[in-house]
Structures are given as structure tokens and as C-alpha cells.
Design a protein around this ligand. Structure first.
Ligand SMILES: [Zn+2]
Ligand SMILES: [Zn+2]
Length: 240
């Protein structure tokens, strides 16, 4: 399966995926074992990262509290790994950034061809990309600068977690300091975004803070699914 190129017209979310992610956003994300798997996997695979954000945005009109909680936690962890990296070799840093668990949704056997019982209206909403696109559009100034050049097939020097690890494994370390700074910026802004869900901080988040949710998701899980959901075609895989 080509990961991450599936939230398009050619390969929309399956009814099984939407059913699962709908229940997931209703509360099964709070399950301790699920949280542990998500932590070990640094979130989800490329396809299901985009799928989760798409479904959350669609059903909650862009109110992304669940993803904000999870990605704030993951970016704080990433920052801790980078902060001790001065004492670690780059290869040990890369090992600490590797996934130790499979994607929770893939591990449930769910993919583009999975069937599940979903009321027709729910299926339609779950496949609606307009909310995630609006959310991404309004915050594009921030996340665009944090794109992974390998995922986006561009000259961008940023790297997602997986491609940073791959670069390190290949001995390419020039971008390490720049990527550490990028992780620090994402962690700072997603922390502010998370904070803005508190009643007393309501409305304090900026477009950059909201953009950091997209950046965090892309950094942890890869950018191809998100870019595909946003409508930016990829040169490989036949996305729109
Ligand atoms: Zn997956
Ligand atoms: Zn990447």
C-alpha cells in the first residue's frame, strides 16, 4: 500500500476507517492502552494521521481538541529527546525518534478497503475535506515553513521525524540543528494552541498556534496524506 496518498477522490477513507475514527474521537482515544500505543508510534501512520485530522475537523467543525492534546504531548517528548541530544550521538537520537509501535488504526486491520457500518450521513461528513482544508488554509503561513522536503518532494530543508531519522542513518547531519529549532518552534506553538482550549485562555490562539497542530501531525506522521487531503498533488501515486 502506498501510505498517505489515499485521502483523495481516487482513494477516499473507507467506511471501516470512518467508523473507527468516529468512535475514536468520541472517546476511545482516552483508553490507557490506546494512548500507550499512540505514544509508542509517535501518533499514526501517514494515511491515518491525515484521516484522523480530516474526521475530527469534519465532525467538530475544526474544533481539534483531541489531536491538540495528543500532539502537544508528542512534541514535548520530541523536544526532550532533542534537548538531551547534545549528550547523545546522532544515531542514538535517531533511535529515540523511531516508532516502537505500529499505527493503531493499521494494527486494527483498517485500511482503504475496510468495510464498517456507518450511517450514510456520517460517511458523507467523514469524507468531507472542506473543514480540514479550511483549517489548513487559515494556518498555512506557519505549517508551510515546517514542511518535510522529502515528503513534499521540494527543496524544503525541514524533515519529518521519519525522514530526519533516515538522513541521520545515512550520515547526513547538516540539517540537524535547523530541525531541532523547528521542533522547538512547533512545540512552543502547539503548547499555546492546547492552552487556548482552557476556558480562561479561550481565544488566545493565533494562526501560527493552529498551524502548529498541522506541523506537529506532519512532523510525527509524515506529510503526504496531509498534503493530499489539502489538495496538493504528489508526483508519485496518482493523487489529485
Ligand atoms: Zn495507519
Ligand atoms: Zn518526510
Amino acid at each position: 500500500m502506498v501510505q498517505g496518498l489515499s485521502t483523495t477522490k481516487q482513494n477516499p477513507l473507507s467506511s471501516g476507517e470512518i467508523n473507527f475514527l468516529w468512535w475514536f474521537s468520541q472517546g476511545s482515544i482516552m483508553d490507557v492502552q490506546v494512548r500507550r500505543t499512540l505514544r509508542g508510534a509517535w501518533g499514526m501512520c501517514d494515511r491515518h494521521t491525515a484521516a484522523w485530522l480530516t474526521v475530527e475537523a469534519a465532525f467538530r467543525q475544526g474544533f481539534m481538541h483531541g489531536p491538540a492534546v495528543m500532539y502537544t504531548d508528542l512534541m514535548e517528548r520530541a523536544l526532550r529527546v532533542f534537548n538531551v541530544a547534545d549528550r547523545l550521538s546522532a544515531r542514538r537520537l535517531a533511535r529515540r525518534l523511531q516508532s516502537r509501535s505500529p499505527c493503531h488504526v493499521c494494527a486494527m486491520g483498517l485500511g482503504p478497503n475496510s468495510e464498517g457500518y456507518v450511517p450514510k450521513d456520517r460517511l458523507k461528513v467523514g469524507r468531507d475535506l472542506s473543514q480540514i482544508r479550511r483549517f489548513m488554509e487559515e494556518a498555512s503561513g506557519f505549517w508551510h515553513e515546517t514542511l518535510c522536503g522529502r515528503c513534499a518532494e521540494s527543496l524544503a530543508e525541514g524533515r519529518c521525524r521519519m525522514h530526519l531519522c533516515a538522513d541521520i542513518e545515512q550520515g547526513s547531519l547538516e540539517g540537524l540543528e535547523q530541525n531541532r529549532e523547528m521542533v522547538r518552534r512547533i512545540a512552543h506553538h502547539i503548547g499555546r494552541y492546547h492552552e487556548a482550549f482552557r476556558w480562561e485562555s479561550h481565544g488566545t490562539d493565533t494562526a501560527a498556534d493552529r498551524g502548529a497542530l498541522i506541523s506537529a501531525a506532519g512532523w510525527c506522521g509524515g506529510w503526504r496524506g496531509l498534503l493530499s487531503a489539502y489538495g496538493i498533488g504528489q508526483r508519485t501515486g496518482g493523487a489529485e
